[in-house]
Design a protein around this ligand. Structure first.
Ligand code: AMP
Length: 283
C-alpha cells in the first residue's frame, strides 16, 4: 500500500496507473477508521482495480470548533486497517495541501433547500465544506467510482447533486450502515462515548425502528414524530435534535408517505455533548 502526503506526488502516480487501463475507486474519510469505513474500502476493492482512500479531518465542514478539536485521530492504526482491507493507495494531505494557507476559499456551493433542512439546518456551512473537500478530492484523484456510507444519507444526496451538476464522470455507490451488536451505527465519534452512557447510545436506532413500526401500522408521521420526541424526553442524557421522514428522491421532508421504497427515517441528537446521527429506510 502506497501512502502519499502531497498531491504533487499523488497526481502523476495516479495518471500512470490510469494509463495502464486501471479503474479506480475513492473512499474519502476523516480517519479514526472502523468497520463502517472498511466496508466502503472492501466494496471499492471488489469493484475497481485500484482502491484509494483519503484521510483528512476537513476543518471546512466543522461548524463547531470544539467538535473539530476533539475529533479522534489515529493515523498509524488507520493505515494498518486500510492495508488489511486491501486498499492500494492512501492520500493523507496536510491542511496546506488542501487549502491555501493565506486565503479563505472564495467559492461557495449553494445546495438550496438541502442546506436548510436536517443536517443543513443544524450544521450551517457543513455541506459547503463537505462539497468543497469532495470536489477537491475528485479533481485530484479523478476516480471512476466513489464510495459513501448510507449513514450520512443527506451527504450522499449532496454529493450526488455535486456529481450531476458539475458533470463529474464518477459513479457513486451508497453502502449500507454498519452497526454495533446493539444497533448503534458505527461512527468515529462513538470513541468519545463514556462507558456508562454506552448502553443508552442505541436509543437513536431503537427510536428509528419503533418509528418505522408505528408508520407501518398506519400511524401518521406527525403522531410518530411526537412519540419519538416524548421517548427522548424520558432519557436525561440524550437530546433529540430532529426526527423526520424524508423522500430520498429529492431529499425533502414529507408528512405523507407516497413512495415507500424511496422513504427514509432520519434522526440526530446529542448524547452528552457527542452528536450522533442515524437513519433507516422505510422498506
Ligand atoms: P467520515 O470519516 O465520518 O467522514 O466517514 C467517511 C465515510 O464513511 C462516509 O461516506 C460515511 O458515510 C461512511 N461511514 C461512516 N460510518 C459508517 C457506517 N457505520 N457504516 C457505513 N459507512 C459509514
Amino acid at each position: 500500500m502506497k501512502v502519499f502526503y502531497a498531491k504533487s506526488k499523488l497526481i502523476p502516480f495516479l495518471a500512470s496507473e490510469r494509463a495502464k487501463g486501471k479503474t479506480s475507486g475513492l473512499v474519502p474519510t476523516m480517519g479514526a477508521l472502523h468497520e463502517g469505513h472498511l466496508a466502503l474500502v472492501k466494496a471499492s476493492v471488489s469493484e475497481t482495480d485500484l482502491s484509494l482512500s483519503s484521510i483528512f479531518v476537513n476543518p471546512a465542514q466543522f461548524n463547531n470548533p470544539e467538535d473539530l478539536l476533539s475529533y479522534p485521530r489515529s493515523l498509524e492504526e488507520d493505515l494498518e486497517k486500510l492495508k488489511n482491507a486491501g486498499c492500494d493507495v492512501v492520500y493523507v494531505p496536510t491542511e496546506e495541501d488542501m487549502y491555501d494557507p493565506f486565503r479563505e476559499p472564495g467559492f461557495r456551493f449553494d445546495f438550496g433547500e438541502l442546506e436548510r433542512i436536517l443536517e443543513g439546518r443544524y450544521r450551517p456551512g457543513h455541506f459547503n465544506g463537505v462539497a468543497l473537500v469532495v470536489a477537491k478530492l475528485f479533481n485530484i484523484t479523478q476516480p471512476d467510482f466513489a464510495f459513501f456510507g448510507q449513514k450520512d444519507l443527506q451527504q450522499f444526496h449532496v454529493v450526488s447533486t455535486l456529481v450531476r451538476d458539475l458533470t463529474y464522470n464518477i459513479q457513486l455507490r451508497c453502502i449500507p450502515t454498519i452497526r454495533e451488536k446493539d444497533g448503534l451505527a458505527m461512527s468515529s465519534r462513538n470513541r468519545r462515548i463514556p462507558l456508562k452512557l454506552r448502553p443508552v447510545a442505541n436509543i437513536f436506532y431503537r427510536s428509528l425502528n419503533a418509528a418505522r413500526d408505528m408508520l407501518r401500522n398506519g400511524k401518521s408521521i406527525q403522531e410518530t414524530r411526537l412519540q419519538i420526541h416524548n421517548l427522548f424526553r424520558k432519557e436525561p442524557e440524550v437530546d433529540l435534535e430532529y426526527f423526520e421522514v424524508v423522500d430520498t428522491a429529492e431529499f425533502t421532508i414529507i408528512e405523507n408517505i407516497r413512495n415507500e421504497n424511496k422513504t427514509a427515517l432520519c434522526i440526530a441528537g446529542y448524547l452528552n455533548n457527542i452528536r450522533l446521527i442515524d437513519n433507516v429506510m422505510y422498506i
